[in-house]
Design a protein around this ligand. Structure first.
Ligand SMILES: Nc1ncnc2c1ncn2[C@@H]1O[C@H](COP(=O)(O)OP(=O)(O)OP(=O)(O)O)[C@@H](O)[C@H]1O
Length: 389
């Protein structure tokens, strides 16, 4: 079964499934030694969204997250899942409704991957068949081959594979909520990027309500629907979508935390704006070169976008090559790079840097809309500061 097919069967709601909003109301945690981990916190994590908690070490991120599944009991306040006050319900039963992924994965070392993933379904009393089917499905979904990895022990997996197994275990009983405590920080940057990309695709399908703790602002920007920047005592300085956080930090603390290079980080979260596209002359492969040269002259342009017979960008025609007999096909500089309208500016800028034309064509579906230039990238970024998404 491929991942998409496996994912679609995940939508079957389980008891306690669906993805509830998580609401913290006046929640505080005072540790026995008097340390205030979190004080009077009011925060709502929207249903089906991935909310990230970031902030300096010791600011209360982990405390906040672990109070949601009551691994840490709040001292005061209420926590509501989909409107239900879970502050006093049975904590073990609550935890079966909440998936939990931590940095060290927390797989049981003496159990196979299959047995690890089956932990919560077994606790919930699922029969062998249903549990077995579910485990196969989940392993496939997270990119592990059940036949290859299912019977291995955690020590026989790579760091990235262990993280995938950890995610599979957390999703096994289709919980509505996932808590993730620096789940990708133990692997090298290349594997981390891959796991993040896979995880984003998975979340598009399963749409859990996720609370995700990280130290890494880049990771927060990449993954988060919303990011909470916290400071000491669990104080929330700003809770906003990445583009807004980077474009309009609420105060100096947030600005410092997101970094002086936040303009660059915004590239990852600001989409291509159709209003910012430029429209150089467009010629077809079968047009005459002389005719194309005349078009370029009239426009005073240094080059034209060349479309193929189906209307797709296939390269560009520099003005200097638009002379002589023959058709554009003989002189075109082939380059089929293009980006879709929804692409982040970072992808567009990367494509521009690869191209001799100094632009990248932008497509809406298959339709050519115009080209994006470095100037347009700059304008779009400046605009996102004043009018963040
Ligand atoms: N069991 C405990 N007893 C006393 N104080 C604690 C306990 N656990 C955490 N704290 C304190 O509570 C505060 C918040 O800790 P928490 O672990 O939530 O921070 P964090 O933001 O997750 O930090 P880090 O990024 O370093 O993991 C810190 O000052 C910490 O020292």
């Amino acid at each position: 079964m491929d991942a998409t097919a496996a994912a679609s069967s995940l939508r079957v709601p389980e008891p306690g499934g669906g993805a509830p909003e998580i609401r913290l109301e006046g929640v505080s945690k005072v540790y026995p030694d008097g340390t205030v981990g979190v004080a009077e916190l009011d925060l709502a994590f929207a249903a089906g969204e991935l909310s990230v908690l970031v902030g300096p070490s010791g600011c209360g991120k982990t405390t906040t997250m672990k109070m949601v599944n009551r691994v840490i009991e709040p001292t005061t306040g209420r926590i509501l899942l989909g409107g239900e006050d879970v502050t006093r319900v049975d904590a073990d039963r609550l935890r079966r409704r909440i998936g939990y992924v931590i940095q060290s994965v927390g797989l049981f070392p003496h159990q196979t991957v299959r047995a690890n993933v089956a932990t919560v379904p077994r606790l919930l009393g699922w029969d062998r068949r249903r549990t077995g089917d579910r485990v196969e499905e989940l392993l496939t979904l997270v990119g592990l081959d059940p036949a290859v990895h299912g019977d291995r022990y955690p020590a026989q997996l790579s760091g990235g594979q262990r993280q995938r197994a950890g995610v599979a275990r957390a999703l096994a009983a289709d919980p509505g909520v996932l808590l993730m405590d620096e789940p990708f920080s133990a692997v090298d940057p290349v594997v981390r990027e891959r796991l993040q990309a896979e995880f984003l695709r998975l979340q598009e399908t399963v749409r859990k309500t996720i609370v995700f703790v990280t130290h890494d602002i880049e990771e927060a920007v990449r993954l988060g629907d919303r990011i909470a920047v916290m400071s000491d005592g669990g104080h929330v300085e700003q809770f906003a979508p990445p583009a807004e956080l980077l474009g309009r930090p609420a105060n100096a603390t947030v600005a410092d935390f997101v970094g002086a290079d936040r303009g660059l980080k915004r590239l990852a979260v600001t989409p291509v704006d159709p209003a910012g596209l430029e429209h150089p002359p467009v010629v077809g492969l079968d047009d005459g070169l002389a005719e194309a040269g005349a078009v370029l002259d009239r426009a005073g342009a240094r080059g034209a976008v060349v479309l193929d017979r189906a209307g797709h960008p296939t390269g560009w025609l520099p003005a200097a090559r638009a002379t002589g007999a023959g058709t554009v096909a003989a002189a075109v500089v082939r380059d089929d790079a293009a980006v879709p309208l929804q692409a982040p500016l970072r992808a567009a800028l990367a494509a521009i840097l690869q191209s001799d034309a100094g632009w990248v064509p932008v497509l809406d579906g298959g339709r050519y809309l115009g080209v994006l230039t470095p100037t347009a990238v700059h304008t779009a970024l400046r605009r996102s500061v004043h009018d963040p998404a």
